[in-house]
Design a protein around this ligand. Structure first.
Ligand code: FES
Length: 147
């Protein structure tokens, strides 16, 4: 038996939405200096504010790849406001859980989506309600929590 759920293994072995979007509406890159993993999310957002397409590139562990894959599936076809509700908890639930040591990998996914939405907002001079400027390194966050 694996410490990973079948869904995590499935998304790790056959990740959805891998790649890049040329001339993306928004691109977000977030890393974690502690483990060295990096995730990049590309969003294609229509004039109606709907996320038409999303792709990712992740240089990271298996859980980071599975969470990126699931996160892209969860935001695809959604409005920006609904995409903001795709938290790391939502991603973990959709994957039937992650081992404690791998929870930070799902944070990378949440933050990378926020970073891509932030980039979109900056490029278009928009303000997205509820979205704050994301960190480029989520490890800063973790150390604050540990202190
Ligand atoms: Fe760092 Fe998975 S070990 S993202």
């Amino acid at each position: 038996m694996s410490v990973y759920s079948d869904k995590v293994l499935d998304h790790f072995e056959s990740p959805r939405n891998v790649g890049e979007i040329e001339n993306a509406s928004g691109v977000g890159t977030v890393g974690n200096a502690k483990c060295g993993d990096i995730m990049r999310i590309f969003l294609d957002i229509g004039d109606d504010g709907m996320i038409n397409d999303v792709k990712f590139k992740t240089f990271g562990c298996g859980a980071a790849i599975a969470t990126s894959s699931m996160a892209t599936e969860l935001v695809k076809g959604k409005s920006i406001q609904d995409a903001l509700k795709v938290t790391n908890k939502a991603v973990m639930e959709a994957l039937d859980g992650l081992p404690t040591a791998k929870i930070h990998c799902s944070l990378l996914a949440e933050e990378a989506i926020h970073a891509a939405l932030w980039d979109y907002a900056q490029k278009n001079g928009l303000e997205i309600e509820g979205l704050q400027q994301p960190k480029s390194d989520i490890h800063e966050d973790e150390s604050e929590e540990e202190d």
